[in-house]
Design a protein around this ligand. Structure first.
Ligand SMILES: [Zn+2]
Length: 408
């Protein structure tokens, strides 16, 4: 043990913590069973592996962050004038569970109202390129798309944050997700490019914490033009941990389940999480409604919840269309409606366009009126020249429109 620790250059403080952990786990097992039986479970290598993995993760984060910051972004034309561009990146949200998209339970009452008032535009046919977070995020924030997947690494493509920084936006990142580790390294490295970032450190914290974090920090740091990202935990499993008790609203007796399954309760919890997400997203929108602002909301991917088989969750390995069919919403403030009528017209004309969010960087730059060598207006969902015939090819080569859309 001592030898191993020396090799790993573990400091005295860490050694004491590790020692306490070992002693604790040792006695914990002893209580349950005999000493002889548990001797083989006394495994130092597991702890050493943990330390090594942590070290590796920190290295990956540092390397990525350095590569991304080494920036030679070129801007061909910058006619951006919108005061606030807000991107709310959701998590595991299925449009098939939103009343905004005709789901039978009233899970999005606040967004429904914003739509009725004429400030929220609902895109009908948008999918995510993946059924899991990290591969989706790489494509959302860079020019990487399925067509260019194997040409170079995602971080070698120009990325959204470097571009908007160069276009003189003050950039902000408010996150309720991990700031390091297997799932946190890549979003955190992208966030490190922003002028101000906030990661909610509390485990199982609720998304609305970001609303308060914004109130406490934005005014001190804001600029003339601001690009603000909120990265939510949304309706990620475990669903029951995503909302406070007062959002425990839906009742299992009001549901007609397709299966008798041990997961039926999870579906009800999922809908409660969608109801809370409706509250969080509307709350964030309310922060910007009195200024010249545009808010784009969509999640990294959707979620399957007993839709056609006894399965609940998401992941590229076992994906289905239910994990890809996402909401895609644009909120425009009254001030923006007045200052930018042409943009509003283009948005209204594009609500039925088929889209996959590996191209969303083109839409964002189009809205902002920023042109770069990689920008392609035919890949922006709101552009009059949008290419409606672009195939939506998924990770295993299947075509969403011909192979999945109208099937299970
Ligand atoms: Zn995700």
């Amino acid at each position: 043990m001592k030898k191993l620790i020396k090799k790993e250059k573990v400091t005295d403080k860490k050694f004491i913590i590790i020692f306490i952990l070992i002693v604790f786990s040792f006695f914990h097992d002893l209580i349950k069973d005999s000493f002889e039986k548990n001797l083989d479970k006394f495994d130092c290598s597991r702890i050493i592996n943990l330390i090594q993995e942590n070290k590796k993760n920190i290295e990956i984060y540092n390397n990525l962050s350095t590569i991304l910051k080494n920036d030679d972004t070129i801007i061909l034309e910058n006619n951006s004038s919108i005061k606030n561009f807000v991107l709310i990146l959701g998590e595991s949200i299925s449009r098939n569970h939103m009343s905004l998209y005709n789901y039978q339970h009233k899970t999005t009452p606040l967004l429904d109202t914003l739509k009725e008032e004429g400030n929220l535009f609902v895109f009908k046919d948008v999918i995510s390129p993946h059924a899991q977070t990290i591969p989706s995020i790489k494509k959302i924030f860079s020019f990487l798309s399925y067509e260019s997947e194997n040409k170079k690494a995602w971080y070698e493509y120009k990325n959204l944050i470097n571009i908007v920084n160069k276009a003189e936006y003050k950039t902000f990142w408010y996150s309720n997700q991990e700031s390091y580790g297997k799932y946190g390294n890549i979003p955190a490295a992208i966030a490190s490019l922003t002028n101000y970032s906030f990661f909610n450190a509390t485990k199982e914290a609720l998304d609305n914490d970001l609303y308060n974090a914004f109130l406490n920090t934005f005014d001190k740091n804001k600029g003339e033009k601001n690009f603000i990202i909120f990265h939510l935990m949304g309706a990620h499993a475990s669903y029951g941990n995503r909302y406070p008790d007062n959002f425990n609203f839906f009742n299992k007796n009001d549901y007609n389940f397709k299966f008798k399954s041990k997961y039926n309760d999870r579906v009800v919890e999922y809908d409660n999480a969608i109801l809370y997400n409706d509250f969080v997203v509307s709350n964030i929108i309310s922060l910007f409604k009195d200024q010249e602002s545009i808010v784009l909301y969509f999640p990294d991917h959707a979620e399957e919840t007993l839709d056609f088989r006894e399965f609940i969750g998401h992941g590229d390995a076992n994906y289905s269309k239910y994990m890809l069919e996402i909401p895609f919403l644009i909120f425009v403030s009254d001030k923006l409606k007045n200052s930018n009528p042409n943009l509003i017209k283009n948005i209204k004309n594009s609500l039925n366009n088929p889209y996959m969010t590996d191209d969303v960087i083109h839409t964002i730059l189009d809205i902002l009126n920023i042109n770069t060598p990689d920008f392609d207006k035919t890949r922006s969902i709101i552009n009059p020249n949008f290419n409606k015939n672009r195939k939506r090819i998924l990770i295993d080569g299947k075509n969403y429109d011909s192979d999945l859309k109208n099937n299970l």
